[in-house]
Design a protein around this ligand. Structure first.
Ligand SMILES: Cc1cc2nc3c(=O)[nH]c(=O)nc-3n(C[C@H](O)[C@H](O)[C@H](O)COP(=O)(O)OP(=O)(O)OC[C@H]3O[C@@H](n4cnc5c(N)ncnc54)[C@H](O)[C@@H]3O)c2cc1C
Length: 416
C-alpha cells in the first residue's frame, strides 16, 4: 500500500476540520496539512441546509467554509470523497478508502454526527427524508413541486426550521412531536409555548405528545401514523430526530468514548490517545464551565473547538473554555440566539414581553445564570455569556434586573 507522512491529518471534511486547518496554517506556515472528507463538497456550513439553501435562496458555493481553490492556495491538501477507514492510534497511521496509508505527527478527529434514524413500518416509502447534508436538502427541494402537505417528525430545531422554511414557500406544514411544545427539552415549556404560538400563527399544524408509529402509502408516502391512531396526510416527510456521533472509527481505534457516545477528550480537546485531538459534534470534552463532560452540536462550538484543537496540536496548552452559543432562524419570523446549554434550572426570568417577539429568557440554577435565550436582544446574550463564564451567584436584587426590561444589565458585568 502507498504510504506517506503529513504533519497534521484532519479526519472529517466539516467545519471543525476547516477551522482547524485555517488556524494550523496561520501557526505553522510550512507544515504539511491534509483534510480527509467523505463528502464530495469541500467543508461547508450545515445551517443553510434547513434554511436559505433549502429555500433556494442561495447556491451550494455560498455554503462553503472556503472556496475550493483556497485549500491549494494555502498548501492544504483536501481529499474529498475519501474516508478514513482505519486508524492506528499507537502507530499514528490512517488507512484511507483509496487504499493509501498516511502516517501523521498529530491528528484531529472531526467526523461529526449522523442522523438518528427511526425504524418504523413504511420507512422505505418514497418521499421520506432525513436532513444532514447539502444532498439531503437538495433532495427535499427537488420533491417540493409534487408535495403540497409536508409533515416534520420532531419538534426541535430541524423540525421547526424546516417547517418555517417550507411554509414560507407556500407548503402546508405539520409537526409531529413527542413533547407538548417545540424546543421543550432545550428551552423548557414557557419558551416552547411561545414558539408553538409563533408556528401556529403562521399556519403550522402541531401534533403534540404524539409518537410516530409508521408511514402509509403505496410506493410513495401518503400519511404519517401516530401511536394514538392519528393519520396525518403527507406527500413529503422530513425527519429531525436528533443526531448520533460518528464514533465508528474512534471505537475501532480503541479511543475512549463518553456517555453521549462521543469521543472523550480532556479540556484541551485531546483524546485518550496522545497526539490525537477531537472537535465538533464528535467531541465530548471536560467542560470547566459546566463542571461536567459535554458534547454540543452547535456550529459555533465546532468552529471554536477546531481553532483551539489546532492551538494544542502545535504544542500550546489551551483549555477549551468558550461559552457555547447557538442560533436558529425560523424563516424571517424569528431569529433566536442561545448561550448555555442549561442542563437544569430552578428559576426562569423573562425580560421584555414574549408576545412582542423581542425578549430574553434567563435560566438560573441556585442564583447562577445557567443559560439564556434571546430574540431581538443580542446585547442580552453578551451579558449572559459574561455571567456564564464568571459563574457568579447573583443576589435577589441582581436577579430582579434580569426580569426588568428597562434595567441596565451592564452593572452586572462591570468589574467592581
Ligand atoms: C440541517 C442542519 C442545520 C443546522 N443548523 C444549525 C444552526 O442553525 N445553528 C447551529 O448552531 N448549529 C446548526 N447545526 C449544527 C452544526 O451544523 C454542526 O454542529 C456542525 O456542522 C458540526 O461540524 P463538524 O465539523 O463537527 O461535523 P460535520 O459538519 O458533520 O462534518 C463532519 C464530516 O466528516 C465526514 N466524515 C465522517 N466520518 C468520516 C471518515 N471516517 N472519513 C472521512 N470523513 C468522514 C462526514 O461525512 C462529514 O462530512 C445544523 C446542523 C444541521 C445538520
Amino acid at each position: 500500500m502507498p504510504e506517506r507522512h503529513v504533519d497534521y491529518l484532519l479526519i472529517g471534511g466539516g467545519l471543525a476540520s476547516a477551522s482547524a486547518a485555517e488556524r494550523l496554517r496561520e501557526l505553522e506556515p510550512d507544515a504539511s496539512i491534509t483534510i480527509v472528507g467523505r463528502e464530495s463538497d469541500p467543508p461547508y456550513h450545515r445551517p443553510p441546509c434547513s434554511k436559505s439553501f433549502l429555500a433556494g435562496k442561495e447556491g451550494r458555493e455560498a455554503t462553503y467554509v472556503q472556496q475550493p481553490e483556497w485549500y491549494a492556495q494555502q498548501g492544504i491538501e483536501l481529499l474529498t470523497r475519501t474516508s478514513v477507514s482505519a486508524l492506528d492510534a499507537a502507530a499514528k497511521c490512517a488507512s484511507l478508502s483509496t487504499r493509501e496509508q498516511i502516517r501523521f505527527g498529530k491528528a484531529l478527529l472531526a467526523p461529526g454526527a449522523n442522523v438518528r434514524r427511526l425504524p418504523v413500518a413504511g420507512d422505505d416509502l418514497d418521499g421520506i427524508h432525513y436532513l444532514r447534508t447539502l444532498g439531503n436538502s437538495e433532495a427535499i427541494r427537488a420533491e417540493l413541486e409534487q408535495a403540497e402537505r409536508v409533515v416534520m417528525i420532531g419538534g426541535s430545531y430541524i423540525g421547526c426550521e424546516v417547517a418555517a422554511t417550507l411554509s414560507s414557500l407556500g407548503k402546508r406544514c405539520a409537526i409531529v412531536m413527542l413533547e407538548q411544545v417545540p424546543f421543550e427539552r432545550t428551552f423548557g415549556a414557557r419558551v416552547g409555548a411561545h414558539f408553538a404560538q409563533l408556528l401556529a400563527d403562521h399556519g403550522v399544524e402541531l401534533h403534540r405528545a404524539e409518537q410516530l408509529s409508521g408511514f402509509l402509502g403505496e410506493g410513495r408516502v401518503q400519511a404519517v401514523q401516530t401511536a394514538s391512531g392519528k393519520e396525518i396526510a403527507a406527500e413529503l416527510v422530513v425527519i429531525g430526530a436528533g443526531a448520533v456521533p460518528e464514533a465508528r472509527l474512534a471505537r475501532s481505534a480503541g479511543l475512549a468514548l463518553g456517555r453521549s457516545g462521543g469521543v472523550r477528550c480532556s479540556c484541551k480537546l485531546e483524546t485518550s490517545a496522545p497526539g490525537i485531538y477531537a472537535a465538533g459534534d464528535i467531541c465530548e470534552y471536560d467542560s470547566k464551565l459546566h463542571g461536567a463532560a459535554m458534547r454540543i452540536e452547535h456550529w459555533d462550538v465546532a468552529h471554536n473547538q477546531g481553532l483551539v484543537a489546532a492551538e494544542n496540536m502545535v504544542g500550546r496548552a489551551c483549555d477549551y473554555e468558550v461559552v457555547p452559543y447557538f442560533f436558529s432562524d425560523l424563516a424571517d419570523w424569528a431569529s433566536l440566539e442561545y448561550v448555555g446549554p442549561a442542563r437544569e434550572w430552578d428559576e426562569e426570568l423573562t425580560r421584555g414581553q414574549m408576545a412582542s417577539g423581542a425578549f430574553s429568557h434567563w435560566y438560573l440554577k441556585e442564583g447562577r445564570v445557567a443559560g439564556a435565550l434571546a430574540l431581538g436582544r443580542s446585547e442580552d446574550i453578551d451579558v449572559a455569556r459574561a455571567l456564564l463564564a464568571d459563574g457568579r451567584q447573583l443576589d435577589p436584587e441582581q436577579r430582579a434586573l434580569l426580569g426588568d426590561e428597562d434595567a441596565d444589565l451592564s452593572v452586572l458585568t462591570r468589574a467592581d
